[in-house]
Design a protein around this ligand. Structure first.
Ligand code: ZN
Length: 220
């Protein structure tokens, strides 16, 4: 049995960042001990990015959140979709996005980065990004039509064997087009559909179970 949660494989040099993607087995109480508040949005596979604060109540309809506030956990739920974490180290700004195929083709990763720029002055060159575990190109078979749409948007490198998509790479391409460097973006290679003992996968088990991905700034 795995631990309750898995720390993401990247950490800020300033050590003021908490990130994680959960396994199937997860103790929410542990997070509550670390953070004063955790906010979720009502995910709708759209491209809306919102700025959130400790004052937020309820669950706004959106698929990405950004904040400059410490001890505020921004959380999204996934079971195959790509959890996208972004950290502006220079200004201490964070963002998280839920990128399934709809969000990816609507460019939610780059829209999250752009919103950080608009609201807080974030520059892509000051950012690091990480993608948590998601369905990978080994398992993500789609219609030929959808694969064609992805190629139109992101180029031939996101399609494998005609009908398989590489969702993380499509999101990486978005961030690179905004000016982030290749080495500033890391991607988990775990496939949620290949590892049902570790992760929830909508594709492989039609489950209602979801993993939590969360990012937060520590108070300094
Ligand atoms: Zn797989």
């Amino acid at each position: 049995m795995p631990n309750h949660y898995q720390s993401a494989s990247w950490a800020s040099p300033t050590n003021n960042l908490i990130t994680l993607t959960t396994y199937r087995y997860f103790d929410r109480q542990k997070l509550g001990d670390i953070l004063s508040k955790i906010v979720f949005c009502q995910q709708i596979h759209g491209d809306r990015v919102i700025q959130v604060s400790h004052e937020l109540t309820g669950r706004p309809r959106a698929d990405a959140m950004i904040t400059d506030q410490a001890n505020l956990g921004l959380a999204i739920l996934t079971a195959d979709c790509v959890p996208v974490f972004i950290h502006d180290q220079k200004r201490s700004i964070i963002g998280i996005a839920h990128a399934g195929w709809r969000g990816t083709i609507a460019h939610i990763a780059s829209k999250t980065l752009l919103k950080m720029g608009k609201n807080f002055g974030t520059l892509p060159l000051d950012c690091q990004a990480h993608f948590g575990p998601s369905i990978q190109k080994c398992c993500y078979q789609v219609s030929e039509h959808l694969a064609d749409r992805f190629v139109d948007n992101f180029g031939e490198s996101v399609r494998i064997n005609r009908k398989f998509l590489d969702l993380p790479t499509a999101n990486k391409i978005q961030l690179q087009r905004q000016g982030m460097s290749n080495k500033a973006i890391s991607m988990a290679t775990d496939c949620t559909a290949c590892c049902p003992e570790l992760f929830y996968s909508y594709r492989s088990e039609s489950t209602d179970g979801r993993m939590i991905s969360l990012i937060a700034l520590r108070a300094t």
